[in-house]
Design a protein around this ligand. Sequence first.
Ligand code: HSE
Length: 311
Amino acid sequence: MSKSIRAFAPATVANVACGFDILGFSVEAPGDEVVITLTEGKGVSIKAIHGDEGLLPLDTSENTVSLVIQEYLNAIGKPDLGVEIELFKQMPLKSGLGSSAASSVVGVFALNKLLGEPLSQQELLPFAMKGEELACGSAHADNVAPALLGGFVLVRSYDPLDIIELPTPEKLHATIIHPHIEVKTKDARAILRKEVAMSEAVTQWGNVAGLIAGLMKSDYELIGRSLQDVIVEPVRSILIPGFDQAKKAAMENGALGCSISGSGPSIFALSTSQETAEKIGKGMQAVFDAINIESEVYISKVSQDGPKVVS
Ligand code: HSE
């Protein structure tokens, strides 16, 4: 058995407009990497975290990767196994790109591989959800499930947990823009209304069903028509200066649809080619440039795959 493994887990777009807390997809890049090493010693330790500008805790009880790994070790009956973690953050924190989810997933995925896969990939999900709970106060699965399983994923139910992997139409590309403003997931959840009107619910579940049908049929027009959120986006978009103009720019440059990525501040748009995805990115970036907000753009196909072993 190999003593060390390096693995990658992707960034994810949660909610996908209409599917608050129940839909997400993964992209091919960016993503986080980890090196997990089995040691002679006892217990979980963190060797180093790179690329986080010192923001992530090195204390194993506060760090999502070590917490998830410890929960996993307890569950497989090896609570004292010596495990060393080296994490390489390759995407911005608190961005709406599923950064904490990628870290939670990559650690437990790598260790499970190193130990000869005592658990299936689906069985790793509840551990990764614990990392999400630690990172942002809520154990939602719409980032961790696609980061772990790849492609589009539906959380049909939280209790009991029922995760449905959906097909990913071949041509789908994502443009994600990360404007440099901070929106904490906790805050972005706290401002949401606790109740919705029946008429809004009808619109929203029509769109969720339409989006799922569009994915199943590779019907890009239907996917586009369904990328609408009448419940969460109108509330959260006020936290993102330039959101309305950026969305308009995305649509004018050929996006099928556009909304907030996860809890923001990143914004995503879907399209059917690399060229259109790039045009959308330029259009959105010009909006943030004009209001003096720095931003970076990520362009990637919507991934068919989840985490992978790098070496
Ligand atoms: N569904 C979650 C939310 C995703 O929108 O709060 C957070 O990353």
